[in-house]
Design a protein around this ligand. Structure first.
Ligand code: FAD
Length: 340
């Protein structure tokens, strides 16, 4: 059994496979283990209500969604049984439930026997589990967007499976992402969380030429706004919005982003404008991906499984926890391979 990718999904799959008596080989293309989990806020969550999950992610595969939703609490208990220590016992969001971990501690706990800087080989004899983190880097490059994720997930797993007859899901153009300060801002990986311009419901949104594209409403995750803005847009705030979002705005300015005072804004905007921030959508991970059956097996001719955000069809049409998807599907992939 070869597992490609040492992010949350690959590491969980490997840990569970070892528990079940297998000896997986884990290869990781990057220079470190942990994938995007290491950069994340590490809140592993699900919607409290099933109906909210369906309503917020209406294009997803219902069977796959139910699997993640129903198995997450046990999966979190499994993680804790390995020695993971939650730093929050819930999410502080009334419509979601889950736990937050320290990402460094979690990676250190899970990352055993990983062969670093070893990409998925072109041909593998035997079972392959793809946990390569989707194709966020490729999608960002195609659309001129920023990348807010590990730099190595560029679609290798997808290509490997498709070359062997696998199929893709709906939502191949969708991503989970955030508005970030647009270039020339310098955004380091460790600033991905703090520099997110996450105050969309307070903002008037303009295109680069000043056209108003403010949506009638913005979801709590603001993932819908990230899809809307593209590579370049302006968030304009009044005093009230600035009172809420001032820290993030000043973070953008300190990072070298473009932040204009009211009298500098070069287009017509709200009469009470206080400040305008130049933003760009940044891709964290893709939402569409490989089509799998409930055992996480793809439709490839060879025994090719997928887990984590290589799997499509969980959050299509909206946003759900990528880490929850990685945790549950990593466990399921290991159990399916072990029971073959
Ligand atoms: C700033 C930030 C904050 C976030 N906060 C949260 C949060 O609070 N809650 C949440 O649920 N989600 C969050 N996420 C998203 C979450 O981190 C991801 O959804 C999740 O880590 C995906 O896990 P994965 O294992 O599927 O993929 P990844 O973490 O992307 O791991 C894939 C791994 O595969 C490797 N790889 C790629 N190609 C190859 C290849 N050819 N061969 C071998 N290895 C390869 C990559 O290097 C990478 O290490 C956040 C992400 C970021 C960046």
């Amino acid at each position: 059994m070869l597992i490609a990718g040492a992010g949350m999904a690959g590491l969980v799959c490997a840990a569970r496979a070892r528990q079940l008596g297998l000896s997986p080989r884990v290869v990781e293309k990057g220079t470190r283990a942990g994938g995007s989990m290491l950069l994340s806020s590490c809140v592993i969550w699900r919607h409290v209500e099933w109906d909210d999950f369906r309503r917020e992610c209406p294009g997803g595969d219902e069977e796959l969604q139910r699997l993640v939703w129903e198995r997450l609490d046990d999966a979190l208990a499994w993680l804790i049984s390995l020695g993971a220590k939650p730093v929050w016992d819930d999410t502080e969001n009334p419509i979601t439930t889950g736990k937050r971990f320290d990402p460094r501690a979690l990676v250190a706990l899970l990352a055993r026997d990983v062969e670093l800087e070893t990409p998925l080989p072109a041909d593998v004899d035997g079972t392959v589990v793809l946990a390569t983190g989707g194709f966020g880097r490729r999608l960002a490059a195609e659309r001129g967007l920023l990348l807010r994720a590990n730099p190595w997930s560029e679609g290798d797993g997808l290509d490997y499976a498709l070359a062997r007859g696998a199929q893709t899901t709906a939502g191949m153009d969708e991503f989970y992402g955030r508005a970030m300060p647009a270039p020339p801002a310098r955004i380091r990986e460790e600033d991905f969380v703090a520099l997110s311009q996450l105050y969309g419901k307070w903002a008037w949104v303009h295109t680069p030429t000043g056209r108003v594209i403010t949506p009638p409403s913005v979801s709590w995750s603001e993932n819908d706004l990230a899809q809307l803005i593209g590579p370049s847009a302006w968030f304009v705030l009044n005093d009230e919005g600035y009172d809420v979002a001032g820290d993030r705005v000043e973070g953008a300015r300190a990072a070298g982003g473009t932040v204009l005072e009211a009298d500098e804004i070069p287009f017509e905007t709200r009469p009470d404008a206080r400040i305008a921030v130049h933003v760009s959508a940044a891709v964290t991970h893709t939402i569409g991906g490989l089509k799998v059956n409930p055992c996480m097996r793809t439709h490839a001719r060879a025994p090719v499984y997928a887990c984590g955000v290589d799997v499509g069809g969980v959050a299509t049409g909206g946003y759900a926890s990528g880490l929850a998807q990685a945790l549950v599907t990593g466990l399921v992939a290991a159990e399916s391979v072990a029971s073959r």
